[in-house]
Design a protein around this ligand. Structure first.
Ligand SMILES: *Cc1c(COP(=O)(O)O)cnc(C)c1O
Length: 386
């Protein structure tokens, strides 16, 4: 196996982190361990693991990889992003309080409002880019802050370092949903977060063929608590899916850098055509929070949104593209287009959508790795129809 040193750079780590070739044949890629149980040399003496819910060599490799790439000490792989979020929320007790970004992923908001609330966990939704609003939302019962930056779909930026400081001063912990950036562009643990969260369904998998959630943490006690929940609840990622994610990770930096460069070009062309006030992309100097984003991320990433006048216009554009496929999800090699108010964020109550500016005419793009000029021509043709 290739042993990584502290000097090895991110792209090197993507290829080798967590990968331990099996010792008998020396295969470069580790075998996929489908076995659910493992022979024990003596009573209650497992070699490395006894049962796949508690531990599996293929999952261990992936968990080691995400810990390494996020600069953490422990990684966790779950059956979906939301089951990973649920595992964190299971650290809470009835009466505890959570603060969450008010334009977080729709499924995260639904989990807090409609599931965690049933266990007596209250949530306050705030604009986390407004540090005074954040401060005002803390109560004596606040245990976690859930931050997304940039957010989905308005790409609103929060200052991870500042939020981490304020959260810790109140004795709470910070989870950063790093799905949109991936560790190739932004590493929340380095900036003070306690948990780096991923819907690995998106950039980490990168091919729209695995549903998965990953967590990375530094703290041993927090890791022990999460390991207990992962093993007790069992929403673990199956070995074949772990293998697919590990394969996706090898090209993570290549993909994300290409997607980010293309998104920057497309955002600039959209500004020329629609005006800066109608384009949301953290790599644009005109974007609110651009400077903060530049101080905590390597580039703007592969996601952008733009405003059309209304739902009818958004539908007209989103149904006329050829290369941009009309679909939910994001982060994969193929480019996708969608209308958040009617699709990914339809479960968010309309008054919450209106409050954050998520209007019916908003269109969100997930930029793939196709040729950027092909993508632009296709988008322009659809915009001409407006
Ligand atoms: C998709 C997504 C999730 C939920 O992850 P699943 O893998 O779909 O369960 C959470 N946060 C963000 C930002 C996402 O895009």
């Amino acid at each position: 196996m290739v042993r990584l040193t502290d000097d090895d750079q991110f792209s090197t780590r993507c290829v080798h982190a967590g990968v331990e070739p099996e010792p008998i044949h020396g295969s470069v890629n580790p075998p996929v361990h489908l076995s659910t149980t493992f022979v024990q040399p003596d009573v209650a003496q497992p070699k490395t693991t006894d049962y796949t819910r508690g531990g599996n060599p293929t999952r261990d490799a992936l968990e080691a990889a995400i810990a390494d790439l996020e600069g953490g000490s422990h990684g966790f792989a779950f059956a979906s992003g939301l089951s990973a979020m649920d595992a964190v929320l299971r650290l809470l007790e009835s009466g505890d309080h959570v603060i969450c970004a008010d334009d977080a992923y729709g499924g995260t908001i639904r989990l807090l409002r409609q599931v965690a609330s049933k266990s007596g966990i209250a949530t306050t939704f705030v604009d986390t880019s407004d540090l005074d609003a954040l401060d005002a939302a803390f109560t004596d019962a606040t245990k976690w802050v859930i931050l997304e930056t940039p957010t989905n779909p308005l790409l609103r930026v929060s200052d991870i370092r500042a939020v981490a400081e304020r959260t810790h001063a109140k004795g709470a912990k910070l989870l950063v949903d790093n799905t949109f950036m991936s560790p190739a562009l932004q590493r929340p643990l380095d900036l003070g977060a306690d948990v780096a969260f991923h819907s690995a369904t998106k950039y980490i998998g990168g091919h729209s063929d695995v549903l998965a959630g990953l967590l990375a943490v530094k703290d041993d006690d927090l890791a022990n608590d999460l390991r207990f929940i992962q093993m007790s609840v069992g929403a673990v990622l199956p070995p074949l899916d772990c293998f697919l994610l590990q394969r996706g990770i090898k090209t993570l930096q290549l993909r994300v850098d290409a997607q980010s460069a293309a998104a920057q070009t497309l955002a600039e062309r959209l500004v020329e055509r629609l005006g800066a006030e109608n384009v949301y992309y953290p790599g644009l100097p005109s974007h609110a929070g651009h400077a903060i984003h530049a101080g905590q991320s390597r580039s703007g990433g592969g996601m952008l949104s733009f405003r059309t006048p209304d739902a009818v216009s958004a539908r007209a554009v989103a149904t006329k593209t050829r290369l941009w496929q009309l679909a939910e999800s994001l982060g994969a090699v193929e480019s996708l287009i969608q209308v958040p108010a009617a699709m990914t964020h339809a479960s968010v109550p309309k008054e919450m959508r209106d409050a954050v500016g998520l209007t019916d005419g908003l269109i969100r793009l997930s930029v793939g790795i196709e040729d950027v000029d092909d993508l632009w021509r296709d988008l322009e043709t659809a915009l001409d129809a407006l």
